[in-house]
Design a protein around this ligand. Structure first.
Ligand SMILES: O=C(O)CCC(=O)C(=O)O
Ligand SMILES: [Fe+2]
Length: 401
């Protein structure tokens, strides 16, 4: 497929499918009939004004939570006394309800529906490789060179295992073949289950008919650890200007390509600050990634400069790490099957601060060019002023002499 620049096709903004209106039904609050309105949680769910400082909160680490475990252990001291010694799940539900109140209404409903959707999958789908879900064993997942670099945690150690074939695109060996095989088999198992039960799953984004959101299948904890302990330290070094050191949430999924699956992926930017894309297998032809420069929202469809054109062929086990705003797409997989693991890493703080800024010259190539041009023009204007100033002075001198 010929693809030259953003001029021939507009880069779309990939956002995941929304968790609303799925066909699997379910009342909003368990135990309430459809249509019955529950009492607002501000009437039933309250916190104490002052914390109980003698109380030792539960540990919320290692659970599949929408908020940080630290928020729950801090909030627990503010629970009403009758709740303090209840089971952890009871406290968790109570606090989640309170935290969700701070979301806008539609977002709260969306989150609640998504939580129920996930719960349905998790309680019905029979897992094949438990190792993919439970505590991650890094030595079973990652190749030794990658682990060594992560343990050393220095720019030099990362550079030793990485190539940067085009500015801002890093490639390195990452996954053990055994891990790739397990993930392939697990995804095949999901797809079989989806087919047999006719469960309507949400695909990773509106651009995919195949593939699966791994977070919905119970791998959220494992992927969170992947982001926090492995991708964030690297992003802190290579992508600090897009919140690389403060990544705090993720969307993790697999994509399945082939003649009988999704064939290609159009030109787009990701809904992420930093994207990890690892080839899991199997054997395939085609499917090259094409990159075309980093852009902010305003410049997303501007022309590609020749030095921004970069194409990359995936290799099983190897990863590509790039800014989410690095425009890219994937060419058709022409034979065989290609599967890859994607982890879109996001930073809520970076997103919030972006709302108040206009100039993104620290990462958007077009903002950078515009800024340089402004600087060039102001230097030229100063030079011109100096020249005309001197000329005027010269003129005055002439008339004096
Ligand atoms: O198929 C690929 O390797 C690219 C996928 C991608 O860019 C994405 O899911 O955001
Ligand atoms: Fe992408």
């Amino acid at each position: 497929m010929a693809f030259d620049s953003a001029r021939t096709s507009e880069a779309s903004d990939r956002r995941p499918e929304q968790a609303i209106g799925h066909a699997n039904g379910g009342a909003l609050v368990p135990g309430l009939k459809n249509g019955a309105t529950p009492p607002p949680t501000y009437l039933t769910h309250r916190l104490r004004l002052n914390p109980n400082s003698d109380h030792r909160p539960d540990n919320y680490e290692g659970l599949d939570l929408e908020f940080s475990p630290l928020i729950f252990s801090s909030l627990e001291r503010y629970l009403p006394p009758n709740l303090l010694h209840q089971a952890r799940d009871v406290k968790l539900n109570y606090m989640s309800e309170i935290l969700l109140r701070y979301y806008p209404e539609n977002e709260r409903i969306r989150l609640q529906k998504h939580r129920e959707y996930r719960q349905k999958i998790i309680s019905n789908y029979q897992r094949l490789h438990l190792e993919l879900y439970n505590n991650m064993h890094p030595t079973n997942f990652f190749v030794p060179s990658f682990l060594k670099a992560i343990n050393e945690n220095t720019e030099q150690a990362f550079r030793n295992i990485m190539s940067e074939p085009s500015p801002g695109i890093f490639t390195f060996e990452m996954l053990q073949p055994r891990f790739c095989e397990m993930l392939l088999a697990e995804v095949e198992n999901f797809e079989k289950w989806v087919h047999e039960t006719k469960f309507r799953i949400m695909r990773p984004s509106t651009m995919n008919k195949y593939g699966a959101a791994l977070d919905d299948f119970g791998m959220r904890k494992m992927l969170e650890k992947l982001m926090e302990d492995f991708i964030r330290p690297i992003s802190k070094v290579f992508f600090p200007e897009v919140g690389g050191s403060i990544l705090d949430s993720h969307h993790g999924f697999v994509l399945e390509y082939g003649i009988d699956r999704d064939v290609d992926m159009g030109f787009h930017v990701d809904d992420s600050e930093v994207s990890l894309n690892v080839c899991v297998g199997k054997q395939f032809s085609g499917g090259e990634l094409f990159f075309r420069g980093v852009r902010c929202d305003e410049h997303v469809n501007t022309e590609t400069k020749p030095e921004e054109v970069f194409d990359y062929s995936h290799v099983p086990g190897s990863a590509v790490l790039h800014r989410g705003r690095h425009r890219h797409g994937a060419r058709a997989t022409t034979a065989g099957n290609r599967m890859n693991l994607l982890l879109w890493c996001r930073s809520s703080v970076f997103r919030e601060s972006r709302k108040y800024q206009k100039d993104f010259s620290s990462w958007c190539a077009e903002c950078k060019r515009e800024k340089k041009e402004r600087q060039r023009q102001s230097v030229a204007a100063i030079d011109m002023k100096e020249i005309t100033g001197h000329a005027e002075e010269g003129g005055a001198n002439c008339s004096l002499s």
